[in-house]
Write a protein that binds this ligand. Structure first.
Ligand SMILES: [Zn+2]
Length: 770
């Protein structure tokens, strides 16, 4: 017992080569010795337990060694080295400034400095925690520090460099010690285990190193403590049990459950964790770290930041692939909020549980939010099939969510979407059918659905019935169904199965249809074809929306909007989004009233598109968008005749080119511009492109890019002339306009309060980054 030495001391490095994880420092020191350019004052900064004192001692020993080797390490054999090994050297003097912080302590030190060493050539003074020295002690020390005797070397060590006065910093050669990498700590402990004949599990040591947070000394003292418990073998479980560390399995398990939205499982796991004696904040912090690790796994460039061993790494990568970044970011946010308020919360368990429940709903909330955004953008980008089908996928997941809320079984939903999707593709030349989400098998499902919906659902159905009816009347004006059009009957039957009251409209509709039937199409075959390909992906989307609308509560807004559109029957609803399209398509659309089935069906989804989205998930922003688009419609009407001569920019094409440009920005890693441009929806207005900002920072960032973007758009849209107009949307402006954003603005703002600042800036010749 008496000769037991803790590992941190027993295996304290004796040579620069043995120092773990501080190669930059040790190499510099060795070079300094080699070139005989050893400074007289050093400042070693860095976290505790990373080797500052160790390096200071090695330096002291090496420069006093009588026969340094070729590699400029101490020989360990000469008299000087031996006295160092026995801790008997008089040439090294250590002082802890934390307990000797007064001016008298420094005076006694500087008194000692006056005496040259008896043996050896240098005296080394190590002052630990130097930031603890009092002001007067510092002042008393400055003179000696600046001009020490030739034999004296001062090594100041601190964990808090920022607390030191500039007068001290400028007198020292500063070495920053790194936090030691986990892998290095593990390797070092493995070496010790080998030497001691201990069987240690690498994963266990890894956990120890993680807990040590970069401090080798901490890791070694934990290692010693574990060995006294477990004897000659050390397993991961020993480590977890003794260090009160939660097994990462729990984090994987909880994250899986959170991703699945399985609240019950999450809460049960948390209960299990509490039963094991872990505090809620330990768990939530561990979970946050787990999310962070998953987040760094998502980008191949940051995987190296994940400090875990091989098999665990694959596990992280697998889970990271399943967890969307939006989920991880939101969950991290919730975890940090929970941690911040943990101490003040009265019911700590509930506090953590609440955070977990919120996390479990993130995926759903994100999907809802993106689908609402997505509706608007999907309408814009309907020509981009990839994008549309992506949005359609989102829609589906939203309807998943909504279904589960309205007590529908997910099986039914799965059936429904499963049935509809392939159908949408195979009957893509038949918009009517997919639009009505109708297919023979789908009918049954829909029927089941309506029976299962709650009162709320019934209300929604009634409402929706009305809007559907009106929509139908509206669409009848433009839709024609020829006898060979198989889609229509199935659509009709869908509606009737959805709502019994509606059956009456079916014959009426067909009667209407037949009245239009004889008319002949003026739309060319080519044009139809083009429209078909354009519309094809969107139909799936529409279908999703339709289903949503049927199953979900809708507001009066839907009805209102329908009437609005009805009133403007000649207007193309999608004109709002696609002004140019309006111009080119209006004619066909008017004639579409008496046109062939295929061209008629083309018009249908565009008309129902915005409306369905209103039905599907009606929000204030929908309403607002609706008003905005209506306004724009009127503007367009005025603008159209004027710009008819010029080359017009197609909105769809513009959006596509815009996306292409932002993607390129992303690839070029110009992320700030990318982040801002991807949020902006440019508006084609005749030959001009309008861009609306919501704050001045955007404008500033953008103005640098303007020229380039203009050229790019011109080229990609193949127009000879393009005007890029930028305007600030005061209503949307997210920040008060006088709020400073850029460094320049901030400087001006501060200068308003204190005009000496500008003077100071000039006198010091400061270069602000603007
Ligand atoms: Zn020696």
């Amino acid at each position: 017992m008496s000769n037991y030495i803790v590992s941190a001391r027993k295996y304290r490095p004796k040579r620069f080569d043995e120092v773990v994880g501080q190669q930059n420092v040790t190499n510099t020191l060795k070079n300094a010795i080699k070139n005989q350019q050893v400074a007289h004052s050093f400042l070693f900064c860095g976290p505790r337990g990373v080797g500052k004192t160790t390096c200071a001692r090695i330096l002291a020993k090496t420069i006093n060694c009588e026969n340094p080797g070729d590699d400029f390490e101490a020989c360990e054999e000469c008299a000087s080295c031996k006295t160092f090994q026995e801790n008997g050297s008089l040439n090294i003097f250590e002082m802890d400034a934390a307990s000797n912080s007064q001016v008298d302590d420094i005076r006694s030190l500087t008194d000692q400095v006056r005496y040259a060493p008896h043996t050896g050539s240098y005296k080394i003074y190590i002052i630990d925690e130097v930031h603890m020295l009092s002001q007067s002690a510092f002042n008393a020390f400055l003179k000696t520090l600046e001009e020490p005797p030739s034999y004296a070397i001062f090594i100041l060590a601190t964990t808090e460099k920022h607390k030191l006065l500039p007068t001290i910093l400028s007198r020292c050669q500063i070495f920053d010690f790194n936090r030691i990498r986990i892998e290095d700590i593990v390797d070092f402990m493995m070496q010790i285990a080998d030497k001691e004949g201990i069987e240690a599990d690498r994963n266990g040591l890894h956990t120890v190193a993680q807990k040590a947070d970069g401090a080798l000394r901490d890791a070694l003292s934990m290692f010693d403590r574990l060995l006294t418990f477990s004897g000659n073998s050390l397993s991961l479980q020993d480590v977890l049990d003794n260090l009160n560390i939660l097994d990462y399995d729990y984090y994987f398990k909880v994250t899986d459950a959170l991703l699945a939205g399985d609240v019950a499982n999450v809460l049960l796991t948390f209960d299990d964790i509490l039963r094991k004696g872990f505090e809620g904040d330990v768990f939530i912090n561990g979970l946050a770290e787990h999310f962070r690790d998953l987040l760094v796994c998502k980008d191949p460039n940051t995987v190296s930041l994940l400090e875990v061993t091989g098999d665990l790494k694959t596990r992280y990568q697998e889970q990271a692939a399943l967890a969307p970044a939006s989920f991880l970011l939101n969950a991290l946010n919730l975890a940090s909020q929970c941690d911040m308020n943990y101490k003040t919360s009265k019911n700590k368990r509930l506090h953590v549980e609440l955070a977990l429940i919120k996390m479990a709903h993130i995926s759903q909330a994100v999907e809802l939010a993106t689908s609402q955004d997505g509706e608007a953008s999907a309408e814009n980008a309907r020509s981009e099939s990839a994008h549309s089908s992506q949005t359609a996928a989102k829609k589906k997941s939203v309807s998943d969510l909504q279904d589960s809320q309205s007590t529908l079984t997910t099986d039914t939903e799965a059936d429904q979407s499963g049935n509809n999707e392939p159908l949408a593709q195979e009957t893509s030349n038949n918009t009517e059918e997919t639009n009505g989400s109708g297919n023979p098998s789908g009918d049954e499902d829909n029927h089941v659905d309506t029976e299962q919906v709650s009162d709320e659902g019934l209300f929604a159905r009634a409402n929706d019935g009305q809007s559907t009816t009106e929509e139908h009347e509206l669409s009848n004006s433009s839709i024609d169904v020829s006898p060979q059009d198989e889609a229509y009957p199935s659509e009709g039957s869908t509606y009737s199965s959805e709502n019994e009251d509606e059956t009456q409209f079916h014959p009426q509709n067909s009667a209407d249809d037949q009245s239009h039937e004889p008319a002949v199409s003026e739309v060319s075959e080519e044009e139809q074809q083009a429209h078909l390909t354009n519309n094809q992906p969107q139909e799936k989307e529409e279908e999703g929306q339709e289903t949503n609308g049927l199953l979900n509560g809708t507001d009066d807004g839907s009805q209102e909007s329908t009437q609005e559109w009805q009133g403007e029957a000649s207007e193309h609803p999608s004109a709002a989004e696609n002004p140019v399209e309006t111009m080119t398509e209006q004619e066909p659309q008017h004639s579409a009233k008496e046109t062939s089935p295929s061209s008629a069906s083309l018009q249908e989804p565009q008309e129902t598109g915005p409306k369905e989205s209103m039905n599907g998930s009606f929000t204030l922003s929908d309403l607002r968008n609706n008003y905005i688009t209506n306004d724009q419609e009127q503007e367009q009407q005025v603008a159209e005749p004027e710009s008819a001569e010029e080359v017009l920019i197609d909105q769809d094409q513009l959006l596509e080119v815009w996306q292409q440009y932002t993607r390129e920005l992303y690839d070029q890693k110009r992320l700030s511009l990318y982040g801002f441009m991807k949020d902006i929806t440019p508006q084609a207005n005749g030959p001009a492109v309008e861009i609306t900002f919501t704050n001045r920072l955007q404008e500033e960032i953008f103005s640098n890019e303007r020229q380039k973007l203009n050229e790019y758009l011109k080229q990609q849209l193949s127009v000879p002339y393009l005007r890029l107009s930028m305007k600030m949307d005061k209503n949307k402006e997210s920040q008060p306009s006088n709020r400073p954003f850029t460094a320049k603005e901030k400087m001006q703002k501060m200068a308003e309060k204190n005009d000496k600042l500008l003077k100071l800036k000039d006198e010091l010749d400061l270069d602000l980054d603007y």
